[in-house]
Ligand binder design. Structure first.
Ligand SMILES: Nc1nc2c(c(=O)[nH]1)N[C@H]1C(S)=C(S)[C@@H](COP(=O)(O)O)O[C@H]1N2
Ligand SMILES: [Mo]
Length: 171
C-alpha cells in the first residue's frame, strides 16, 4: 500500500509534459511595437500589464499566432482556431510565469495557471475557420485549449474556456 501511495504521489507531482506550440505565419515578436489600430476598429482585449494595453483585432493579428483544431465544449463544434498564445500575451504584459486572470464581457472570471499556459498553446482565439468569430460562436475572442482530453479534461477545465473575453492579466 505504501508503494501504491508513493506511486500516486509521484504521478500527481510530475510536471505535465510540454505540448508543442504550433506557430503560424511570419515570425512575429510578442514584445515589439504594434501597428496603430485601423480606423473604425473597436478595442477588443485589455492586456493588464504594468499599464493596460488595449488591442484591436489587427493588433492581435500582429502578435505571434498559433492555429489548431479543437472542439468548443459548450457548442460541441470543432473549428480550426487561430489566436495568440497566452504565453505570448503574458510575455508582452510582463507577467509570464504568473497565474492569469481572464475576465469576460458578462463578468465571468477564470484563472488559468502558469503551469498550463507556459507549457501548452492555450490561446485567445480571434478566428475560427479562417473568419472572425461571431457572437453566436462565442466571439469575437474566446479561450481555446488544445484538443487533449487527458491533459485538459472537461472537468475541471470547462470553466476555463472563457468566451466573450475582455481582459487578460496576472491573477
Ligand atoms: N463568458 C463566459 N465564459 C464562460 C462562462 C460564463 O458564464 N461566461 N462559464 C464557464 C463555465 S463555469 C463553464 S462550465 C463553461 C460552460 O460550458 P458548458 O456549458 O459547455 O459546460 O464555460 C465557461 N466559460
Ligand atoms: Mo461551470
Amino acid at each position: 500500500m505504501c508503494a501504491a501511495l508513493l506511486g500516486l504521489g509521484a504521478q500527481a507531482l510530475r510536471a505535465p509534459a510540454a505540448l508543442p506550440f504550433p506557430y503560424v505565419g511570419p515570425a512575429r515578436s510578442a514584445l515589439g511595437p504594434l501597428p496603430p489600430p485601423r480606423s473604425g476598429e473597436r478595442p477588443l482585449l485589455n492586456l493588464r500589464g504594468k499599464t493596460t494595453e488595449t488591442l484591436t483585432l489587427s493588433q492581435l493579428r500582429a502578435l505571434p499566432a498559433t492555429r489548431y483544431n479543437s472542439t468548443q465544449p459548450q457548442l460541441g463544434q470543432s473549428f480550426t482556431y487561430q489566436g495568440v498564445p497566452l504565453r505570448d500575451l503574458a510575455r508582452r504584459g510582463g507577467f509570464a510565469g504568473r497565474d492569469l486572470r481572464v475576465t469576460a464581457e458578462d463578468g465571468f472570471v477564470a484563472t488559468i495557471t502558469a503551469s498550463d499556459y507556459m507549457t501548452a498553446p492555450i490561446m485567445v482565439a480571434y478566428e475560427a475557420g479562417g473568419k472572425p468569430i461571431p457572437t453566436l460562436k462565442k466571439g469575437p475572442l474566446l479561450i481555446v485549449f488544445p484538443p487533449d482530453p487527458v491533459r485538459f479534461p472537461r472537468r475541471p477545465y470547462g470553466s476555463q474556456w472563457v468566451w466573450f473575453v475582455r481582459s487578460v492579466g496576472p491573477r
